[in-house]
Write a protein that binds this ligand. Structure first.
Ligand SMILES: C[S@@+](CC[C@H](N)C(=O)[O-])C[C@H]1O[C@@H](n2cnc3c(N)ncnc32)[C@H](O)[C@@H]1O
Length: 262
């Protein structure tokens, strides 16, 4: 069993309203007009707002930003504007990790890209304090779907990501196309599974391969489940996959979906 202590939450001040606003959201036809309107909207609501990553909420605790260890890890690891905008999504992962560190199983992220999701979680717990083995899978240097490559996907990315984790002996980065890459190394027992491949065939193949390895109580976070548009096919296939096994995905306003393995 892993012995990873949870990060301490600071005492709450009862009259505090934390506001958070970024300029990064997707699917906006006129960003200038949108930001003008959102600036006005922010001025009309009670504090405690969150704006970014296609969310506008208010009168929320914004718990992510009350958790100092998380905020520090988020800020230390953010490499671009998107990493800041998706703070709430990252905090869902951090809380999922707080659940999973008590289980007897490894951590897995399928679709790692630069490794920011993995590193934000481990640093939240205090790097060496984080005991589970954390597996990361990606093709790294290229995107398997033509035309979908991310800006840093070129030869040498894998080595760059390995360098980022040079002082993280608990991390195993596996380079290759999923599901085939599981043949290169795969945990026997999984407590935490974050799937972020942005395509339905890869995600379904990953579920097929790993589901039986998930220990009871294990948590699955599907990064794209509740996003519409081009991501809707993922929801369609994942709903069918989980329905066949007697599960329903919890859809989150962040765009993610969660499943707890019984
Ligand atoms: C959205 S990015 C991952 C972002 C990362 N989870 C984070 O939090 O920063 C999606 C990644 O999935 C990878 N990917 C997609 N399909 C894959 C497959 N079948 N096998 C391996 N990697 C895949 C892409 O190469 C890309 O780097």
């Amino acid at each position: 069993m892993n012995t990873t202590p949870l990060p301490q939450l600071p005492p709450l001040s009862m009259d505090q309203h934390i506001n958070y606003a970024t300029h990064t959201s997707w699917g906006i036809s006129d960003p200038v007009r949108f930001h003008q309107l959102m600036e006005e909207a922010r001025s009309l609501v009670t504090g405690g707002y969150y704006l970014g990553d296609n969310l506008f909420t208010w009168l929320r605790n914004n718990s992510a930003f009350e958790d100092a260890a998380f905020t520090q890890s988020l800020n230390n690891n953010a490499l671009n504007a998107s990493d800041q905008a998706i703070a709430w999504r990252r905090y869902i992962l951090a809380c999922a990790a707080c659940h999973a560190v008590h289980l007897d199983g490894d951590f897995v992220e399928c679709g790692v890209y630069l490794g920011t999701g993995v590193k934000t979680i481990i640093d939240y717990f205090g790097q060496s304090e984080f005991k589970p083995t954390f597996w990361g899978y990606d093709t790294f240097d290229y995107h398997p779907t033509a035309g979908h490559g991310f800006s840093e996907q070129r030869e040498g990315l894998y080595e760059k990501v390995l360098e980022r984790f040079a002082s993280y002996p608990q991390v195993k980065m596996v380079k290759g196309f999923l599901p085939d890459a599981f043949e290169l190394g795969c945990p026997e027992r999984v407590a935490y599974l974050h799937i972020d491949l942005n395509n339905a065939p890869g995600e379904i193949a990953t579920l097929d391969h790993l589901w039986d390895k998930l220990v009871p109580g294990a948590i699955v976070v599907l990064d794209d489940y509740e996003w519409a548009g081009i991501y809707r096919e993922q929801k369609r296939q994942e709903d069918l996959w989980f329905q066949a096994r007697g599960y329903r995905v919890f859809p989150l306003p962040t765009g993610q979906g969660i499943v707890l393995k019984r």
